[in-house]
Design a protein. Structure first.
Lengths: 112, 116
């Protein structure tokens, strides 16, 4: 089944404790992206990747890192999480940029 | 600068009636438009799309209308069903033949509630 898998679904952590949210897609998509959803703000792009080893900042990249060492994986790294990063995060992929995106089920992150 | 706007945060419609969700955009270069549907605790799922060469696209109960001169997009759901209760996001992108596509830009979403 074609899908985007992200883990974990729920995560509670404390300020400053490094964490990684994993994302994997099985559709051989070139383009992958991370979004955060906050009330009244919709889906805001954090980082994106056009292909392996090619990543770039989205609209709200501060406090986040990503890597794209393999085509299928695109982890999101929070080196020193802060409470303002409490949010619902989605990983998404598409064959190419600008085309229909397929989303993961989301990761609800709470930073205390 | 919000290039894609959904000015109604919420909408309530009686079951069986028509639901109309609206979306406005400011970037005249946008030429590919999509609607996504999102249930609680799930990721957004693709619903329907339209390219700028068309002004209407239908898929079952869902129809998307595009008015390029007004830079306005709408999604019609007829008839509305309780399972349609969700948050709906519109999105837009530029498909550039020479310079490549640009990323999808999303609106802020409209929460649709269908009243039984």
């Amino acid at each position: 089944e074609a899908q985007v898998t992200q883990n974990p679904r729920y995560l509670i952590t404390v300020t400053g404790k490094k964490l990684t949210v994993t994302c994997s897609q099985n559709m051989n998509h070139e383009y992958m992206s991370w979004y955060r959803q906050d009330p009244g703000l919709g889906l805001r792009q954090i980082y994106y990747s056009m292909n392996v080893e090619v990543t770039d900042k989205g609209d709200v990249p501060e406090g986040y890192k990503v890597s794209r060492k393999e085509k299928r994986n695109f982890p999101l790294i929070l080196e020193s999480p802060s409470p303002n990063q409490t949010s619902l995060y989605f990983c998404a992929s598409s064959y190419r940029v600008g085309e229909k995106l397929f989303f993961g089920s989301g990761t609800q992150l709470s930073v205390l | 600068d919000q290039q894609v706007k959904q000015n109604s945060p919420s909408l309530s419609v009686q079951e069986g009636r028509i639901s109309i969700l609206n979306c406005d955009y400011t970037n005249s270069m946008f030429d590919y438009f999509l609607w996504y549907k999102k249930y609680p605790a799930e990721g957004p799922t693709f619903l329907i799309s339209i390219s700028s060469i068309k002004d209407k696209n239908e898929d079952g109960r869902f129809t998307v209308f595009l008015n390029k001169s007004a830079k306005h997009l709408s999604l019609h759901i007829v008839p509305s069903q309780p399972g349609d209760s969700a948050v709906y996001f519109c999105a837009a992108s530029v498909w550039g033949a020479n310079f490549g596509n640009e990323k999808l830009t999303f609106g802020t979403g409209t929460r649709l509630t269908i009243i039984p």
